[in-house]
Design a protein around this ligand. Structure first.
Ligand SMILES: Cc1ncc(COP(=O)(O)O)c(C=O)c1O
Length: 403
């Protein structure tokens, strides 16, 4: 007889966030006195700027500590409309805007509001770890399309075309990408929107979370901007977590067609209710206040990117392309598969590589399998230059010692 369990069957379809698990393990090892360099976390090491903190403190002092509209107060919706207009050439009214406790909650609300069993969602791999699990939790079926190293980790139009079926409801599009850092230039994105325009039943969720973290001469664009014909079936999502170093404040937002926004508010009204009022006021200041620090921080990230890419490309058996944005690199470890680690274990997968690297050199990275494309691993370079330098040297030593 099978044991009765309190846990729902739907939960068995998903797994806890692997990136959070890696960060947690590194924290535990650190607490035990091991000199870990953790390159697993997906958050900027910078602090939230003071003007944003002060806006939150003032909001508390003014007594702005009550419930707001379920999907955001008018002031933040207005600030978001202005942001889309100013930065993305997109015109939305406040009724087309949704604010949630984090970008992740926006995606969750959108999937819960739209997916029926059997509905398919196209997800390019490597993907941000939460996309497939949110789709599964909402009862949909993820359909994966590889965006390989050879393709610069970018989804190709013909492969998108092939993946579309009658059941396709969404494409989840993410540029710059977590985990690869790859981003699409206007002409590259246009080739994808040209495919989408031919399939009017397919919607696009564009996750623009890393919009401001792009380097060199890269110019960020988003699908509804490149192809205005998609505006009625695009949810353009963003948030303050990465650009404004506000991961703990939990504010994400999106704009799209009114009926979808209303349905997402319905989901939120019976789950979290409004995102923290204080955080909403902080985000109003983030969006309306000075923006110049973002470019200063992006310059620092670019230097770190160049450093870590160079260190990795000097490690035996690794190959690391230069990504356009975000704060991740996604090197291939194909050249070390089959080799033997100092422990005597043969490295058969990127999971083995990450585990052996952690054991031998106390460097924590996330294995590519977590993002759906192997054999790779993800490094977050949102950490100090000294830590990156040390980590790069440890990785080089580890790779050189493999036999
Ligand atoms: C691609 C991408 N989208 C969304 C999110 C979610 O961000 P938030 O912390 O606002 O929920 C993340 C966070 O890691 C991310 O990398």
């Amino acid at each position: 007889m099978t044991e009765r369990t309190i846990l729902a069957q739907s939960l068995s379809r998903i797994k806890p966030s692997p990136t959070m698990a890696v960060t947690q393990k590194a924290r535990e090892l650190s607490a035990n006195g091991i000199d870990i360099i953790s390159l697993g976390a997906g958050e900027p090491d910078f602090d939230t700027p003071d003007n944003i903190k002060n806006a939150a403190i003032e909001a508390i002092r003014r007594g702005e500590t009550k419930y707001t509209n379920v999907d955001g107060m008018p002031e933040i919706k207005q600030a978001i409309c202005e942001k889309f207009n100013r930065e993305n050439e997109l015109t939305y009214e406040t009724a087309q805007v949704s604010v949630a406790p984090g970008g992740k909650a926006i995606i969750y609300n959108a999937m819960m509001a739209t997916l029926d069993p059997g509905d398919e969602v196209i997800i390019p791999r490597p993907y941000w770890v939460s996309y497939p699990d949110i789709v599964l939790l909402a009862g949909g079926s993820p359909v994966f399309v590889n965006a390989t190293l050879k393709q610069g980790f970018r989804l190709q139009p013909e492969e998108l075309e092939q993946a579309i079926t009658k059941k396709t409801k969404w494409l989840i599009f993410n540029s710059p990408s977590n985990p690869s850092g790859a981003a699409y230039r206007r002409e590259q994105l246009k080739m994808l929107t040209d495919v989408l325009i031919r399939h009017p039943h397919v919607w696009v969720l564009s996750d623009d979370m890393y919009e401001h973290l792009v380097y060199d001469d890269f110019v960020f664009v988003t699908p509804a901007q490149v192809e205005p014909g998609l505006i009625d079936r695009t949810l353009t999502m963003n948030g303050v977590s990465k650009a404004y170093a506000m991961t703990g404040w939990r504010i994400g937002y999106a704009a799209g067609p009114k009926n979808l926004i209303k349905a997402m508010a319905k989901v939120q009204s019976q789950s979290t209710s409004n995102p923290s009022t204080i955080s909403q006021w902080a985000a109003v200041e983030a969006l309306n206040g000075p923006q110049d620090f973002i470019a200063d921080r992006a310059r620092v990230f670019k230097e770190r990117r160049d450093l870590i890419v160079s260190l990795l490309n000097h490690a035996k058996g690794l190959q690391c392309p230069i990504p356009e944005g975000a704060f991740y690199v996604y090197p291939s470890c194909a050249g070390v598969i089959g080799k033997t680690a100092p422990s005597g274990k043969v490295i058969e997968t990127d999971g083995d590589f990450a585990a052996e690297l952690l054991d031998a050199e106390a460097v924590s990275v996330v294995h590519g399998e977590a993002f759906g494309l192997s054999p790779f691993f993800r490094i977050s370079y949102a950490t100090s230059t000294e830590a990156l330098l040390e980590a790069g040297q440890r990785i080089q030593r580890f790779c050189a010692g493999l036999t």
